[in-house]
Design a binder for this molecule. Sequence first.
Ligand code: PRX
Length: 633
Amino acid sequence: MKITTLANYHQSYKESIDQPEVFWARVAESFSWKRKWDKVLDWNFSEPKVKWFEGGKLNITENCLDRHIETLGDTPAIIWEPNDPEEHHRVLTYKDLLFKVKQFANVLKNNGVKKGDRVCIYMGMIPELPIAVLACARMGAIHSVIFGGFSAQSIADRLQDARAEFIITCDGAYRGAKDIPLKAVIDDALIACAFVKRVIVCTRTRVPVSMIKGRDVWWEDEVKKVETQGNPDCPAEVMDAEDMLFILYTSGSTGKPKGVVHTTGGYMVWTAYTFQNVFQYQPGQIHFCTADIGWITGHSYIVYGPLLSGATSLMFEGVPTWPDAGRFWEIVDKYKVNILYTAPTAIRSLMGFGLEYVKDKDLSSLQVLGTVGEPINAEAWQWYYKNIGKENCPIVDTWWQTETGGVLISNLAKITPQKPTFATLPLPGVNPCLVDENGKEIEGNGVSGNLCIKTPWPGILRTTYGDHERCRLNYFATYPGLYFTGDGCLRDEHGNYRITGRVDDVLNVSGHRIGTAEVENAINMHAGVVESAVVGYPHDVKGQGIYAYVITEGHHSNENQTRQDIIQTVARIIGAIAKPDKIQFVKGLPKTRSGKIMRRILRKIAEGETSNLGDTSTLLDPGVVDEIKAGAL
Ligand code: PRX
């Protein structure tokens, strides 16, 4: 269902709130179901229980692929741009992609994967990654993609949590000037995961890898076996609307990352609906989302949203700054990209390289620009609007989360007005509110508060894998009856929403979510570290940087060496994305008498504020604050 005018937006919004079941039944009608649902929605946020399209049967890959074959069989589904611009690009039509997905689903079956099994995917950005994802969905396995930047330890934690017995990986991955040894990282992870039965290794960099007899097999050999078996078909498994489609791990304010669970029917409806309405995708357009499929943005807006809509999705293996900082613009020029969807951190980074890299590129194909992942500052917004969109392309500032499956608040390209640095209005079907510390709703406009959502939308998370109580506590218990986003938010006089950042202990570093507790745990694993406290501070390119206050045992002869060792420890435990930007050694941390660290003070010092630290009278030892201030980096 496509919203085509501003009036239509307002009318749809009203209907979606007044009669959600009527509204969503109509949206869902446009998909291919093997059996229609009995009930559109059944929910309460207290358990929480959310069921969309209960009783409905479907397979999401039939909706992504099979149903398009007649009209779009020869249309590119995926265009792949390699890391090295000298290497040939690849184009997979809808027909090609369906063929490969069926073939690889048969590979999975041959290797013992059954419906409901969890399959971990740890690959670089090559077409075999979406093929693997869709092959899981084809045969009813639950995929759990892990971003290629996570460490062996992080992978092991996730494999154990999901009890994933199957892994799909690559020998290595190319990212800019680097070769990442993916299989070697998997090998390290598997030392602690003896339950893993099979590792399927796809060839990319052809670095030497260890292949363990009985456990590791080559992707290409397994595909050949399927070919010689002679039956290229793989009927789509019949799934319940509420069967799990995937798990994606994400960081929270406490402990280890949690496995956010999305289910088949709701996620399908939500990603297609949001893709079509936010970007206003027109048939034949080329959509380029620069995210990695290891994150939710890649799941929803490289793979599922575009394919469900019969779109052409461009995926890029490399990084924006290699071989030079003009790479995105070169890709836009080369493929005549129409929609470009990227993150503020990338815009800020490229902005820093100047217009030199933009000026000789033809960007006239662009019609819609998008941003996601973190608040976009006014300067970056203007730069993107003027120099990339040439003041002709609306910028959709899409606010959403891993847990929401797809966009919740955004302007709709050329339909609803944009306002720089504002995500603007909720999509029809989304019912946001602002609450104060006590959970009391703050009504009216021109107000700020904590952003909550009152009613479910089809793409809402259903649980956190293996621990439903954790899901309840994390999202539904802070403000009973509401889904709490963890974000602070301002609503202007016209009802436009501006997300101001996390109000919990979650950092957003280059658009990646990292829990402060997670980083502290990793730092504390370093020998000699007694205690640490991690906060975010404003960073010109990354949005937020990681600032760690660390207490060590005794003396270290070389502070810098210790710093490097701590950084290395964090990279080993979590991954390079969580490396602290600044480490300040301190003798004590500001604690209350009950032992709670007063992060508010540490945050202010990290932000460069030395006066106005607020009330420090409840501190056990107010003296530590002066010492920390004096040593601030
Ligand atoms: O703080 C918000 C920020 O990113 C968080 C969600 O992170 P993640 O689950 O990793 O998903 C990122 C991609 C959807 C949110 O809680 N965020 C996301 N989009 C925006 C944003 N902050 C401001 N404006 C946005 N457009």
